[in-house]
Design a protein around this ligand. Structure first.
Ligand code: IPM
Ligand code: MG
Length: 369
């Protein structure tokens, strides 16, 4: 019998979310029977699926369940059916509310290029082979949540839209500490990214990061880069980076860019973490960086690897099961090395497989490792 070690809330969401989440379900079963690790799972609706059933993208009841469990696994939200909804009734609001209410300020988006996929990247093999960078995105502040925000009608009948980019020194310092701590366990380099040349938030960001580095992390190499230059450097020479730390909006853009270095957006996992509380517990949500991909939903062709790799991050960061996380990641790498490919990473001479076949191959590999 598996020993119950944790409670998980699964939020498959929309589009390909349920398809890729199903593969996680199989890994959870495998861990229970083969490794004696019991996860008690519950499933709820989020995004468009929740809008259809409950007229809101996230119900208070589901939020309460997310707050009660040890970790949340999130698929994807959104789709054309809800695109014309008013802002507060867009599927994405379900995700943003979870991030905000759970206080998930630190978003870890590793971009690792599997050797077998170096040729699937749109960049030359030598630029991406062996790539291993970590984009750390601030997730609960900045222009995503800043007030005032909205669209008003001016006296002359024009409309005027406002979003507010805002950061406090406390918010910057808190994400900065996560960046320096991560770097110490990697290659000891932090690149802090903002636009201090045009934005006040950028000036403060650079000031706080510089002081924090000098005071508490003098052993970590700290550099600064403007966000536009960083986008350019990511496609010019991505291996120069170790940890990139940046705000919510720049992190959103740069992580999509970094994802493509690894061959496909279907490969990039993420972890969103809160602060450690008095009981030593830390709220956490794990999600693939790819979206709901409505154009391929329901066809069984989606790539489940980013979702499975997000689950591996959960094993590592929420439950200290580094060995099991390593094993799952090794199984993914082995299956890729054997030439199995979902459509998004398909290449000449490789074997094209469905979502389910990819999941099954990874399970078979887990059996062997
Ligand atoms: C992401 C996504 C989200 C974001 C959307 C779905 C709200 O693009 O997680 O990168 O903009 O943060
Ligand atoms: Mg994004």
């Amino acid at each position: 019998m598996a020993r119950n070690i944790a409670r998980l809330l699964l939020l498959p969401g929309d589009g390909i979310g349920p398809e890729v989440m199903a593969e996680v379900g199989r890994v959870i079963d495998w861990l229970g029977t083969r490794r004696g690790l019991g996860f008690a799972t519950e499933t709820a609706l989020v995004g468009g699926a929740s809008l259809d059933a409950h007229a809101v993208p996230l119900t208070d009841a589901t939020l309460a369940r997310a707050q009660a469990v040890d970790a949340v696994l999130f698929g994807a939200v959104g789709g054309p059916r809800w695109d014309r909804n008013p802002f507060h009734l867009k599927p994405e609001q379900g995700l943003l509310r979870l991030r905000k209410e759970l206080g998930l300020f630190a978003n870890l988006r590793p971009a690792v290029c599997f050797p077998a996929l170096a040729d699937a990247s749109s960049l030359k093999r030598e630029l991406v082979e062996g790539l291993d960078i970590m984009i750390l995105r601030e997730l609960t502040g900045g222009v995503y949540f800043g007030e005032p925000r909205g669209i008003e009608i001016l006296p002359d009948g024009q409309k005027r839209a406002v979003d507010t980019q805002v950061y406090t020194s406390g918010e910057i310092e808190r994400i900065g500490r996560v960046a320096f701590e991560l770097a110490r366990k990697r290659r000891n380099k932090v690149c802090s990214v903002e636009k201090a040349n045009v934005m006040h938030t950028g000036v403060l960001w650079r000031e706080v990061m510089t002081a924090l580095g000098a005071q508490d992390y003098p052993d970590v190499e700290l550099s600064h880069m403007y966000a536009d230059n960083c986008a350019m450097q990511l496609v010019r020479a991505p291996k120069q980076f170790d940890v990139i730390v940046t705000d919510n909006l720049f992190g959103d853009l740069l992580s999509d860019c970094a994802a493509m270095l690894t061959g496909s957006l279907g490969m990039l996992p993420s972890a969103s973490l809160g602060a450690v509380d008095a009981q030593g517990r830390r709220r956490a949500l794990y999600e693939p960086v790819h979206g709901s991909a409505p154009d391929i939903a329901g066809q069984g062709v989606a790539n489940p690897i980013a979702m499975l790799a997000s689950f591996a991050m959960m094993l590592r960061y929420s439950f200290d099961l580094a060995e099991d996380a390593d094993r799952l990641e090794a199984a993914i790498a082995a299956v890729l090395a054997r030439g199995l490919r979902t459509a998004d990473i398909m290449q000449p001479g490789m074997t094209r497989v469905s979502t389910e076949a990819m999941g099954a191959a990874i399970l078979a590999e887990l059996d062997r490792l």
